[in-house]
Design a protein around this ligand. Structure first.
Ligand code: SF4
Length: 377
């Protein structure tokens, strides 16, 4: 079997950011070690059942994995290495937030084989960081880069957000310049989505949030594509840009329908055509692992037609698009023909274009990608 990807979820943060609906919780410092041990146990149990797997990408995400102690992170990675074969060239990413990194931790990550750090910047202006509820400043971000590079981890991704309340075009251009000027190898530039259950959703409901208008938000996206392109970043996925040789191997697995394993609370796996998701509550997760119960919250078999639909809407996130020939080889011509009318209709609206065997979003399609994906779901 080809190497899988492994995702390990660390659901803890110092505090909740105002826009965040990710499964992450503040105030759980007392259970960090117990949680890390439970993750190790889950991995060992999985390996005892499946044996002989290898992985060429590992992503320790959250939450804020850099909140864990150096020992807990190295313990997780060592256990992973003991239960499955991590290939020599594996990409091992750890998500970190400025303000939660020190030299001792960074050194331990390096020593245990972490090859890539994903560092949350979000914005280069302290007033925007404050309004987002972030725990760090621009200066702390710089300090974090220094710490990580200082121990020899040179591959750094940063996440930045556009469309923030109160953000001007100048702010956004400054954020882009700050990220490129500090030589990030990979940049994820996301459009802000205000999700239900977040403080910003409540403010928005009450009309108390200053909006970036839709045209400005789109213009920010277009300027990101232009500026990052000028600075040598390849736009390879709708929100992702990489310098040559730094495309994220792990995320590519999600977009190309490859198998991955997830460990930890809220983590999900796609393996042997099954999608399995773990319970989200970290305490419940620890309890289940301790009592030798399955941590699964849901388990479903992904049938052929569902798999194909996912391949379309995930694959179309990639700027190069998807190969219709590969899909046809894998799923059969009849299954692909099922989407012929949809594709024709989207081509007619100039949202999709076919070039040889590749089907991809057009420039206009990048702005209306959600409408395209809906047609394939
Ligand atoms: S640091 Fe990230 S995961 Fe944690 S609350 Fe903020 S946005 Fe959410």
């Amino acid at each position: 079997m080809e190497p899988v990807g492994v995702y390990i979820h660390i659901p803890f943060c110092v505090k909740k950011c105002n826009y965040c609906d990710f499964p992450s919780f503040p105030g759980f410092e007392g259970i960090f070690h117990e949680y890390a041990s439970a993750v190790c146990k889950e991995m060992e149990r999985f390996a005892a059942e499946h044996g002989n797997l290898s992985a060429d990408s590992v992503f320790i995400g959250g939450g804020t994995p850099s909140l864990l102690s150096a020992e807990d992170v190295t313990g997780i990675i060592r256990t992973l290495r003991s239960v499955l074969k991590i290939t020599a060239d594996a990409e091992i990413t750890l998500e970190a937030n400025p303000g939660t990194i020190n030299h001792e931790k960074a050194l331990a990550w390096k020593d245990t084989g972490v090859t890539r750090i994903s560092l949350g910047l979000q914005a280069a202006q302290d007033h925007l960081l404050r309004s987002m509820g972030r725990i760090h400043t621009r200066e702390m971000f710089l300090k974090s880069i220094e710490l990580v590079r200082g121990v020899g981890i040179g591959n750094i991704n940063t996440d930045i957000i556009f469309g923030l309340p109160g953000q001007t075009m100048d702010d956004w251009l400054e954020t882009l310049e700050f990220a490129t000027g500090n030589n990030m190898n990979h940049i994820s530039a996301y459009s802000l989505q205000i999700e239900k259950g977040t403080p910003w959703f409540e403010l928005q409901k009450n009309g108390e949030l200053t909006y970036v208008d839709e045209d400005l938000e789109r213009e920010m996206y277009h300027r990101a594509i232009q500026r990052l392109g000028e600075n040598g970043y390849c736009h390879y996925e709708i929100s992702n840009f990489a310098r040559p040789g730094y495309v994220s191997r792990h995320n590519l697995k999600y977009w190309t329908g490859k198998p991955y394993l997830g460990f930890g609370a809220s983590a999900s796996s796609f393996f042997h055509d099954e999608r399995v998701a773990n319970v989200g509550d970290p305490l419940e997760y620890i309890r289940k692992i301790r009592e030798n119960e399955s941590p699964w919250f849901s388990r479903e078999t992904i049938g052929k037609s569902e798999k194909l639909s996912e391949r379309f809407f995930l694959g179309l996130r990639l700027i190069q698009g998807i190969s219709l020939t590969s899909l046809e080889n894998e799923f059969g011509r009849e299954a692909i023909n099922h989407y012929s009318d949809t594709i024709r209709q989207l081509e007619g609206r100039q949202l999709l274009v076919k070039e040889g065997e590749m089907l991809r979003l057009t420039k206009k399609g990048l702005d209306f990608a959600n409408q395209v994906w809906m047609e394939f779901i």
